[in-house]
Design a protein around this ligand. Structure first.
Ligand code: FAD
Ligand code: FES
Length: 1305
């Protein structure tokens, strides 16, 4: 049984959690296949259902399923952690609908998140299952210079030429894929389900709860009478959330999923009666049938409900969540309750006394999650009446993301007119999201009743509505002004819809945003010459050479089949225990006492680890300043979430309970600092502060024709890697050895930290990393600290200890991207030329220095971006605050630094009334041989080429007037277009970090095992390294294997970061291969017609060493203070958005990116990196908002509150072009680093939004620069539009009570 439970749990990790449940309906001959979230699916409820996980549909040993194969071969998998979830969502869709439409596919994938890919490759891979399939296209270009083509006469060369000739090619042109299988229910499923479970009451007893599943209504009623406080668990999406994430425990659970009376559907002339147990997906199907079969005037409520249902959760949620559950749980943001209430629905209730019918109206909802339902009462069914002649019913919602997000505000509205007139006979308006429960705007409805439907009535309604829907400054959820403004703008939308009904007119406020994602278009060059890795001199290239080809990720297939092993997949060890952390609940306090006694008495607890247990060094200092590993008594805690101690228990559940029971007594300390402004006021900084300057800014400001001062607040960002921090530490006892298996970007950092903490030499600690499920900078220092604590637990208990953070813990503890306040003063001329800029960065570093001083430094170095500003001064300070310590994040401060500069340029353009790209390009871009502000010489020619190419490819010249015309024609929808460049210095900026080592073994059978210091975390590093080995040893990829990264094989590794992984490790591996190739030369010469295998056999016989190390160090002579980078990666992106000014929602309608990436080693992987980074940047600048309470506690601790981009956010047209003909003498095979630069280009969406907002502001008579923070969420975008709805909301009185969330940075 245990084994079975483990298997069921396996896909339940966030990101890979979708499984397919199949239920065989006894009365029908069909089988329902439902995708579901394993983390919310109670195992007891699966009795009688067949569960298919990704392992069950195909594997690499026997046969792959087409769904697995296509995502892998379409390059839809990077770190692979989300891939099984994607596969299962698509698999379930195909089981139910073998020929889906694109809408079906995007809907099916709407509930899955991926942090790496940017989704487009996944969509393009699955697009091939569509009946009408528009494949994504790769276009390849032969490099113009083919003079070195040495094998042009051979047949292999012909083949290559044929394969890569210029022209459009389907995604799968280069690879064959399995045909779509019949996708029928496999016989074992039918067999399992034919054994229909016994129809008797089931009871499952656990340690702390009993699960009872009755089969008759009588029994259910009896149970509810006996246990009135027991929840009735149907879909478990509400109860499960509270249990799983908030620790609410129910000793008894009643699960009536087999009680037929709850599932009936009856269509009557007066309406439809739907069983409370019907899932929301079933409700959708029932209503769709009603809408098809009834006259339109009777289906107003049904159509409105359908519109809402489409957006409730993802499909996995809708498949299990029930109608009755939604009503009974009375969530204040429920999408369904406002429209059910407005639509005159009623409930049929049952107790042991009998049945009663109650209207679902304003009197039903009485408080936060409270209704008039008695504790022993059951909802049997919901009756939804048909709409009447003259009745108009609509529902609208606004959510922080288009799919799978609870609404910010949602509404159901109904108006009934007197026969043949526009005079209101009855009106009903309900809102969700504006209070503790579903809210009835009764006074507004009364105000409108009896009046004609016109603007005068509308204005009266606004006046009452503003007064009726109020929210206090501290209202939970914050966004007070925005939410109140939404109540008005959604009412206005209803007004227009009704007007359309009455007068048959159209208005842009009623049109939905565009949403159909087109196929992606990518263009790259294939290089037919081969160059020496550094000197660029040409060599003969073999026909099997994979360098430069779009080879799929080497683990893509095992990602897709679930065979890929992540840290937490390592099988449980004998005597293994689990580590749970105890963290500070105070932002600034002294710890008076840590009482571990209650925790130690809890079941399953083995020990509690405190600072006293650390045998070695009690602190770590990553950049020279000490950070405590655990906090002792009498010592200060400096943020909520700081780790105090840890519980070791036999299971995760026991550990969690004991950690909650452990008591820490604090003494509050004064002077908490949260914002950068507070830090400046109190001079709370991490030294040193830095200034970087060139020219004479004071003089230049005197000469400038205009001077403008502005600022921008740049929010932080959560890494949201799909695999949370995970590790397993195994003490070997013998000779004080410790093995650490962990998910890190920097195994040597973990090794050294663990050794120091345990007080043992580093040669006793080995760190092993097979693969990492996403890292983005968040798994360097933070993973090391956690490894130290886990190692102390393993050391003390002498048992293997596993620590895997839950999403909420991970978000709370590990910090993220630095929030920054950027202030600037800019001096410029009438033509847009900037002659002086003075920029200050205030970086919110949090409670420990971590790498903040380095981040701050890099922000200054890269502040010029692509602009030649002759007099430039940058100053930056790292502010010490009482927030969780910020850390490295893809781009290392550059995305924050550059967005400040771009905002400054945008302000200059707005002040002058010129298009921003004109100010960027003609006046300020670097041109000709140039020098940066830190005196580095470089040639910006390729930056220019990217600019010109992007302008051409994006058709900016044609589209800018089209955008203006669109804006002229539409009042409530506005478009904006923006083009943004980047010049990104690749590398660490410190010479000692520019080194790498490798170890290559050739075995007697000719197979090759490669070890290097880099980590595979989705960026395809191992794949590229294999391509290098294949070229250098002239052997096929199939002979080359990379097992793991291990500090015992390759010591003293540097972090895999700074877009430098391939540059460094590729060269180290190249070096080792060169050694081996040269050693084999005599053997090859002796037997030129031999094969690789025969040469290796001979070499062994002749006692030639078949193992070699390789080393790479970047030319120290090239590395100086004025040349911290060896080369730049250049790119330009043009994005266009459409903005809904009433709600602030937007859609990126098109994005074109041109990138100079040198000669790509693997264009498919590089394009994947480009798209993934762009989407992460889009999230950073427009979506992902971290919210802290006024006492410094993080509100946004999971996917429910923190929204990263999903499938619904992919640009509708997304094109990537790799600049042809580029060379780079400083990196392997003339390639360039690409992991980080493109994140910044997500800001093109932000600036396009600014343009759209500018158009909206023009309509209300506003002009000139305006403040807009990042992320420009719908709230900030909508309020910046400053429509009259925003203006109608009275200003909040400051100082009465603190707002729900602080304004950071
Ligand atoms: C990721 C996610 C996204 C979501 N997004 C949205 C969204 O966008 N919009 C939205 O409106 N909702 C959303 N929800 C909420 C979801 O719709 C509700 O949780 C769901 O409808 C509740 O149904 P359930 O069957 O899962 O309830 P359960 O969790 O099984 O039960 C919930 C409560 O209802 C009671 N109950 C259930 N059935 C009955 C009955 N027949 N009689 C009496 N009491 C009963 C139970 O006792 C329990 O207290 C989301 C939920 C999740 C987890
Ligand atoms: S590939 Fe999707 S999260 Fe990494």
């Amino acid at each position: 049984i245990t084994r079975k439970r483990e298997e069921k749990k396996k896909p339940g990790k966030k990101g890979r959690e979708t499984c397919c449940g199949s239920e065989h309906e006894e009365r029908q001959t069909t089988t329902d296949h439902l995708s579901a979230n394993a983390c919310l699916m109670p195992i007891c409820q699966l009795h009688g259902a067949a569960v298919t996980t990704v392992e069950g549909i195909g594997n690499t040993k026997t046969r792959l399923h087409p769904v697995q194969e296509r995502i892998a071969k379409a390059h839809g998998s990077q770190c692979g952690f989300c891939t099984p979830g994607m596969v299962m969502s698509m698999y379930t869709l195909l089981r139910n609908k073998p020929k889906p439409s694109m809408e079906d596919i995007t809907e099916a994938l709407g509930g899955n998140l991926c942090r790496c890919t940017g989704y487009q490759e996944i969509i393009d891979g699955y697009r091939t299952f569509c009946e009408v399939c528009h494949h994504g296209t790769f276009t390849t270009r032969i490099q113009a210079d083919t003079s070195f083509l040495c094998y042009s006469k051979t047949s292999e060369a012909d083949q290559i030429l044929k394969a890569f000739s210029t022209g459009k090619k389907k995604v799968f042109m280069l690879i064959t894929v399995l045909p779509q299988s019949t996708l029928k229910c496999s016989s074992y499923l039918r067999y399992i389900m034919a054994e229909s479970p016994e129809q008797t009451t089931q009871k499952f007893h656990g340690e702390r709860m009993t699960w009872i599943s009755p089969i008759t209504l009588d029994e259910l009623v009896q149970l509810k009478t006996q246990y009135p406080q027991a929840p009735v668990v149907m879909g478990n999406t509400n109860v499960g959330e509270y249990k799983g994430f908030k620790g609410v425990l129910h000793p008894i659970i009643i699960s009536p999923t087999r009680v037929r009376e709850l599932f009936g559907v009856e269509q009557r002339p007066e309406g439809v009666c739907i069983g409370a147990g019907c899932s929301l997906s079933t409700v959708q199907s029932v209503l769709e049938r009603c809408v098809c079969s009834l006259p339109a005037e009777h289906t107003q409520t049904y159509a409105a409900l359908l519109g809402q249902l489409r957006h409730v959760g993802g499909q996995q949620i809708r498949n299990v969540a029930t109608l009755g559950g939604n009503v009974a749980s009375a969530y204040p943001n429920s999408d369904l309750n406002p429209i059910l209430a407005a639509g005159r629905c009623s409930l049929l209730l049952q107790t042991k006394e009998g049945k009663r019918r109650v209207p679902l109206d304003k009197d039903f909802f009485v408080g936060f999650r409270k209704t008039t339902l008695r504790p022993d009462e059951l909802v049997l069914s919901v009756f939804i009446p048909i709409s009447r002649k003259g009745e108009v019913v609509r529902a609208f919602r606004h959510a922080p993301r288009k799919t799978n997000a609870l609404p910010t505000v949602t509404t159901g509205m109904r108006v009934w007119f007197h026969d043949g007139s526009d005079v209101v006979r009855e009106m009903s308006v309900y809102y969700g999201g504006v209070g503790a429960c579903t809210f009835c705007a009764e006074r507004t409805s009364q105000q409108v009743t009896g009046r004609p439907w016109n603007e005068a009535t509308l204005n009266e309604a606004y006046r009452v509505l503003v007064d009726e829907v109020t929210l206090g400054v501290s209202a939970p959820g914050g966004q007070v002004v925005f939410r109140r403004s939404l109540t008005l703008s959604l009412f206005f939308r209803f007004y227009l819809h009704v007007l359309q009904y009455l007068k048959d007119m159209q208005n842009s406020a009623m049109e939905p945003l565009p949403c159909v994602i087109g196929p992606g278009y990518q263009e790259f060059q294939v290089i037919l010459t081969l160059h020496h890795p550094i000197t660029l001199c040409a060599q003969v290239r073999s026909a099997q050479d994979p360098v430069g080809q779009p080879v799929p990720h080497s683990s893509a297939l095992t990602h897709a089949t679930g065979e890929a092993v992540y840290c937490d997949d390592i099988p449980h060890m004998n005597r293994e225990v689990f580590l749970s952390l105890v963290t500070s609940t105070k932002a600034h306090a002294k710890i008076i006492h840590i009482d571990v006694s209650r925790a130690l008495d809890m079941p399953g607890v083995v020990d509690v680890i405190t600072a006293k247990d650390i045998p070695g060094q009690k602190f770590q200092s990553f950049t020279g300043i000490n950070e405590e590993v655990l906090v002792e008594e009498e010592v200060r805690v400096t943020c909520v979430g700081q780790i105090i101690c840890a519980v070791v228990a036999d299971t995760k559940q026991h550990g969690k309970l004991a950690a909650a029971a452990l008591k820490v007594t604090y003494e509050d300390l004064p002077d908490r600092i949260f914002t950068t402004e507070e830090a400046v006021e109190q001079c709370s900084f991490y030294a040193p502060q830095r200034t970087l300057q060139r020219g004479d800014i004071h003089m230049a400001f005197q000469e400038a024709e205009h001077i403008y001062e502005g600022e921008i607040r740049v929010g932080g960002q959560e890494h949201f890697y799909m695999e949370t921090q995970s590790m397993l530490v195994i003490p070997a006892r013998e000779q004080k050895e410790v093995k650490v298996y962990l998910s890190t970007q920097h195994p040597t950092c973990a090794q050294m930290s663990v050794a120091e903490t345990l007080g043992i030499p580093a040669n006793r600690v080995s760190c092993h990393v097979k693969r990492v499920g996403g890292a983005f900078g968040g798994k360097i220092t933070k993973a090391s600290i956690l490894a130290c604590i886990t190692a102390v637990a393993a050391w003390k208990t002498e048992r293997p200890v596993r620590c895997v953070l839950e999403r909420g813990e991970d978000m709370l503890i590990t910090g993220g991207r630095h929030p920054v306040l950027g202030k600037y003063k800019v001096g410029f001329m009438n033509d847009g030329k900037i002659i002086a800029a003075d920029v200050h960065y205030f970086v919110n570093a949090g409670n420990t220095p971590d790498e903040s001083v380095l981040v701050r430094r890099r922000m200054l170095v890269q502040l010029d971006n692509a602009y030649n500003i002759p007099n430039l001064r940058g100053q930056s300070v790292a502010c010490k605050t009482n927030l969780p310590s910020s850390t490295a994040f893809r781009g290392f401060g550059v995305p924050q630094s550059m967005v400040v500069i771009e905002n400054m340029i945008h302000d200059v353009a707005m002040t002058l009334g010129r298009p921003a790209e004109e100010v960027r390009d003609r006046m300020n871009l670097y041109k000709g041989l140039s020098r940066t502000h830190y005196k580095m010489e470089f040639d910006p020619e390729n930056l220019h080429c990217c600019w010109v190419e992007c302008k051409k490819r994006s058709e900016l010249g044609r589209r800018r007037p089209a955008v203006a015309e669109f804006n002229r024609r539409n009042r409530w929808k506005k478009r904006g277009i923006a083009m943004v460049p980047i010049k990104y210095g690749v590398g660490f900026g410190h010479s000692f970090l520019q080194q790498a080592a490798a170890l290559v073994h050739i075995y007697k059978d000719g197979s090759v095992l490669v070890s290097h210091g880099g980590i595979e975390m989705g960026q395809g590093l191992h794949t590229k390294v294999q391509q290098v080995v294949s070229r250098e040893l002239n052997i096929p990829l199939s002979l080359i294997h990379i097992s793991e990264t291990c500090t015992s094989a390759v010591p003293n590794t540097n972090p895999t970061a700074a877009s430098f992984g391939t540059d460094a490790n590729g060269m180290a591996v190249w070096d080792a291969c060169q050694t081996l190739y040269k050693r084999l030369e005599p053997v090859r010469k002796k037997d030129p017609s031999g094969t690789w295998k025969s040469w290796i056999a001979t070499a062994f016989q002749e006692r030639i060493s078949l193992s070699a190390t390789g080393f790479y160090r970047f030319y120290v002579e090239l590395f100086t203070l004025t040349k911290p980078y060896t080369y730049f990666t250049y790119a330009v992106c043009c994005s266009e958005v459409e903005l809904d000014c009433l709600t602030g929602e937007y859609r990126t309608v098109r994005a074109d990116i041109v990138v100079d990436i040198g000669k790509s080693i693997n264009p498919a992987i590089d394009i994947g990196q480009i798209k993934g980074a762009f989407m992460q940047g889009l999230g950073l600048y427009t979506m992902e908002e971290l919210k802290f309470s006024p006492s410094g506690s993080l509100h946004t601790r999971g996917p429910g509150q923190y929204k990263i981009p999903a499938v619904c956010d992919v640009p509708l047209q997304f094109n990537v072009y790799l600049l042809p003909g580029s060379q780079n003498p400083f990196a392997i095979y003339s390639s360039k680093g690409i992991g980080e630069p493109i994140v910044f280009l997500g800001s093109s969406v932000f600036f396009a939004m600014k343009e759209a907002i500018t158009a909206a502001r023009t309509d209300v008579g506003l002009s000139g620069p305006f403040p807009l923070r990042t992320p420009a969420t719908p709230e900030h975008a909508c309020l910046a539009c400053n429509t009259h709805f925003n203006q109608m909301i009275p200003k909040m009185e400051a100082g009465t009570s603190p707002p729900w969330a602080m304004e950071l940075p």
